[in-house]
Write a protein of this length. Structure first.
Length: 268
């Protein structure tokens, strides 16, 4: 295995020493030590450091970078590579995308964006019909405004929903924005409103569960994860989050069952 010193990392990536030191202190990267106690980084460490530096250049706060990358590392396993995972800044948030879905790195909420050139197969297929033309235009407008004008983006998403209350994507993106701002109660109310229109939509149940969990409502969150799994048994993230919650509550039997389901659903 090729190992790189901190000096080599700085020269190759142009990353400030302070950024590397922060990620080491937070446990996001865990370099080994050489004969002279110098740090030695693996290629996987290099990928993480490069990602952190690109987010820093996008003016994402350091603490948010560490939280986002730590959560991503934990969700994928300590040794899992970031191959096929795209991490980028959307405004002041960190969004993560793999081959099947996009989610907010810190909260775990699933979201969608307007990038038709990247469209592909979805892990969980939406059941709703195509939105109205007016709703679609407002949704696209909201996606384009999120980074620079989040207040205007929120209004655009709300206009999309006024035009078509059965349009899934604005619920997901707006709910994600509300959770990122700490407005969990508003997000919960929004998702429940969405479920009145789309009761069989697993993505809505999943994001509602995450919002409930963030608001400290564990029992309700577990019920929503359960609804999601009933509708989409192949929804790996729902199994993972349910397992983690059951483990926290001391229900080892249910936790193991969902962990096993999650592992079986993960791509090899």
């Amino acid at each position: 295995m090729t190992l790189y010193t901190l000096r080599e990392v700085q020269a190759m990536l142009g990353i400030p020493r302070s950024v590397a030191a922060r990620l080491i202190a937070d446990g996001v990267v865990t370099p080994s030590r050489g004969a002279r106690r110098e740090y030695l980084f693996t290629f996987q460490d290099m990928v993480m450091l490069r990602t952190a530096n690109s987010l820093r250049e996008a003016q994402i706060p350091s603490r948010r970078i560490s939280r986002a990358l730590s959560k991503l590392k934990a969700s994928r396993g300590q040794e899992a590579p970031l191959t096929g995972v795209r991490i980028r800044a959307i405004g002041n948030e960190v969004a993560t995308r793999d081959t099947v879905r996009q989610w907010q790195a810190e909260s775990g909420q699933l979201l969608m964006d307007f990038e038709p050139e990247e469209a592909g197969a979805a892990a969980v297929h939406s059941l709703h019909q195509a939105p109205s033309a007016e709703a679609s235009i407002w949704f696209q407008t909201g996606c384009k405004l999120e980074a620079e004008a989040p207040g205007e983006a929120e209004q655009a998403y709300r206009r999309a929903l006024s035009a078509d209350g059965s349009y899934l994507e604005p619920y997901l993106n707006l709910g994600c924005m509300l959770c990122a701002a700490g407005h969990f109660g508003e997000a919960i109310a929004l998702y429940r409103c969405g479920l009145a229109h789309l009761p069989d939509e697993p993505l809505m149940h999943f994001n509602l569960a995450v919002a409930l969990e963030d608001d400290g409502l564990q029992a309700e969150a577990l019920a929503s994860y359960g609804h999601c799994i009933e509708l989409a048994p192949e929804f790996a993230d729902a199994h993972f989050n349910a397992a983690r919650l059951y483990e926290t509550l001391g229900d080892d039997m249910r936790a193991i069952r969902h962990f096993n389901a999650y592992r079986k659903l993960q791509p090899q």
